[in-house]
Design a protein around this ligand. Structure first.
Ligand code: MG
Ligand code: MG
Length: 248
């Protein structure tokens, strides 16, 4: 069941969106060779709590940290810990926070120092996929119009789209209806209406789209060990077009 948001709810979600945006900005300043992923997590938790928020992922289904930090072939849901980032890594950082009972959800993939050109290309195309998807989040379009443009753009560059993880509705719960796949057919699926709040989050792989979960029960990795990138914004569909909430 879809909960369409009122103007009042959208205003609260803007606060949650700004907080996750600002948290990732803050964390991004510390991404460099030699930093431990647990340090990035501590910076994020401190920032969220000192700005009247609650980390949205910590304790969610038992997840132990504020950020999901996924390095190289890790796709999403990586657990921060003693791992030290090194030159040439790419790192996907996903941040959730709750403000006044509503969630914001936002992710970006960063380069650690100098990275191979192919990794840089993957990062750029994945971010482009996100913005192309957002452009389709307008009243009257269909849900799969979003996934269609994401898939088309990624595959036109020779990359692959993960099928078994998708974007989602968002609000009082982190994951609400509907699911927002990063693939699909133009003109299919739910017709988009004002008040629909969704997280669009392309997860794009350099190699195969196939993934698996490690024995820690969380970390999702590519089956072929090739790198993956992830960008995510929370937005709401309005009469005036898509309103991205995870921004300044
Ligand atoms: Mg996320
Ligand atoms: Mg999400």
């Amino acid at each position: 069941m879809i909960h369409y948001k009122t103007q009042q709810e959208i205003e609260i979600m803007q606060k949650a969106g700004k907080l996750v945006h600002d948290t990732l900005e803050k964390v991004s300043l510390w991404i460099k060779p030699g930093i431990m992923t647990a340090e990035l997590d501590a910076i994020a938790e401190e920032y969220i709590r000192s700005h009247d928020g609650i980390p949205g992922f910590k304790g969610y289904d038992g997840f132990p940290a504020t950020l999901c930090i996924s390095v190289n072939e890790e796709v999403v849901h990586g657990i921060p810990g003693k791992r030290i980032l090194k030159e040439g890594d790419i790192v996907s950082i996903d941040c959730g926070a709750i403000v006044e009972g509503y969630y914001g959800d936002h992710a970006r993939t960063f380069a650690v120092g100098k990275i191979p050109d192919a990794y840089q290309h993957l990062i750029e195309v994945t971010e482009e996929c996100l913005y192309k998807g957002i452009e389709k989040a307008v009243v009257g379009n269909h849900l799969q119009d979003i996934g269609y443009v994401i898939q088309t753009h990624a595959e036109s560059h020779g990359f692959s789209v993960i099928r078994s993880l998708v974007g989602h509705g968002i609000g009082r719960k982190l994951h609400e209806d509907p699911q927002v796949p990063n693939y699909g057919y133009s003109g299919r699926g739910l017709q988009l209406k004002p008040g629909l709040a969704i997280a669009i989050e392309p997860m794009i792989n350099l190699g195969t789209h196939e993934i698996k979960t490690l024995r820690d029960g969380w970390t999702v990795v590519t089956v072929d060990g090739k790198v993956s990138a992830h960008f995510e914004h929370t937005l709401v569909i309005t009469e005036n077009g898509p309103l991205v909430l995870t921004k300044e």
